[in-house]
Design a protein around this ligand. Structure first.
Ligand SMILES: [Zn+2]
Ligand SMILES: [Zn+2]
Length: 141
């Protein structure tokens, strides 16, 4: 069943529409996600990149992951809201930040990754699969 998910940044300059359902919804506690979000984790929904339409001016920041892939984080240049992340390990997909999405009904966190980096003051998600780091998972498997 396909459904579209729209979203926008804090100031509204950047918006997107994604054709769902997402491949997976994941919460990540890695150090980069903590810095990026300013909190204890990010929550992202992964979609095939071809199913996501973006509009507005995005800035990009890239870094090398601990596995050696290149990670690109895109944000609104006006208000700084994080919009999506891409990883060269999964080049055909992109992960939209769940907090920027307008209607997330029916979506739930399915997996927690980099649990070992969770700060003690962040909440534990119960009842989902948890991994200490990044599992060897790709959207194709
Ligand atoms: Zn903005
Ligand atoms: Zn992360």
């Amino acid at each position: 069943m396909s459904k579209t998910y729209s979203g926008k940044c804090l100031c509204g300059a950047v918006s997107y529409v994604a054709k769902g359902p997402p491949v997976i919804v994941a919460q990540c506690h890695c150090l980069e996600c903590r810095r990026l979000s300013g909190t204890g984790h990010t929550v992202g929904a992964m979609f095939p990149a071809k199913d996501v339409a973006l509009s507005g001016t995005l800035g990009e920041f890239t870094y090398t992951s601990r596995k050696g892939s290149t990670v690109t984080k895109a944000f609104c240049t006006a208000c700084g809201s994080p919009i999506y992340g891409r990883n060269t390990q999964t080049p055909d997909h992109m992960t939209l930040t769940l907090g920027t999405m307008d209607d997330t009904s029916g979506l739930n966190i399915e997996v927690v990754i980099f649990k070992r980096d969770k700060p003690h003051w962040d909440q534990q998600v119960e009842g989902v699969m948890c991994f200490d780091t990044q599992p060897d998972w790709t959207p194709e498997t």
